[in-house]
Design a protein around this ligand. Sequence first.
Ligand code: SF4
Length: 357
Amino acid sequence: MNALPAWMTDEHLSAEITPLLRGESEESLEQLAAEAQALTLRRFGRIISLYAPLYLSNICSSGCAYCGFASDRSFPRRRLELDEIEKELAAMKAIGIGDVLLLTGERTPAAGFDYLRRAVEVAARTMPRVAVEAFPMTVAEYRELAECGCTAITIYQETYDPDQYGQLHRWGPKKDFIERLETPERALEGGIRNVGIGALLGLSDPVAEAKALFRHARHLSRTYWKAGISVSFPRIQPQEGGYQPAYPVDDRFLVRMICAFRIGLPDVDLVLSTRESPLFRDGMAGLGITRMSIASRTTVGGYHDADSAGSEQFEVSDNRTAEAFCQALRAKNLEPVFKNWDSAYNGPVRKEEASCH
Ligand code: SF4
């Protein structure tokens, strides 16, 4: 394995949040939450940006131990054809979604770069914001995606512990720890305007993961200061394959982690998905969290044809309709926003605009 980047081992980058994560600060959790909420209100107002995932394909060549789509799981595999993608998008538009996250597994001949590029082109015709969560790409490929209307990519490192990473990624292209670690920078160099990172909580020691994730976010936001950086906090959910988290993360730690990130990174979007329960999501909306998924289907084709959509990547915990979730946000005096971007801004960000100052 190549050498780790300097930011990964730089304790100074995460020094201010370490006592908060370990519960060693003098502030109680309630005080931390109040501070995080006040900072969120000051920087983001009462707005919660909403998005929904669209699973393009469940075909994958990798063997991630924690994933329901790993190549050793046995269920029918499929990808959406372009007309089916249009139907999915239409069903999403009908419930108000204007911000879509397109997902695929690792690169395969059936669902490779050309397929993904065509899917982005189709989505960008109707959705103002099109994000992609797929396989690591080259700078040139990211530039092409940006030109087709991709405004953001999401790429989770899953775990920042290289040993755990090696054991959990049993085979396939995702085994390359460093290549994945360097992917957000390649996307930003390629002109993608927004990058989302995260660790899959439960795979490794949560304090160490939180510190590494924080350093990564801080490194990216300092180096690419005009780009949008967001951080997600996914916890492992039940999935085909039955992987049990070796380091379960309880609600209290997750609240502490989200508050610490808000205090340390006041301008960064913090994201919470429908993996979490309605109770937890309602509690965290506006309390650090500024961006949330809504009405999610984690099956291929789940919006327009739920009956034949097949196996889920993982179980969704918050199954509320878009309307019910928006009502819950409004009851907290928060404003759900379905469109927080205009396609007039699309296209790759110019290099001098995006990178190092
Ligand atoms: S996490 Fe992604 S790369 Fe890994 S098995 Fe699942 S779909 Fe494939």
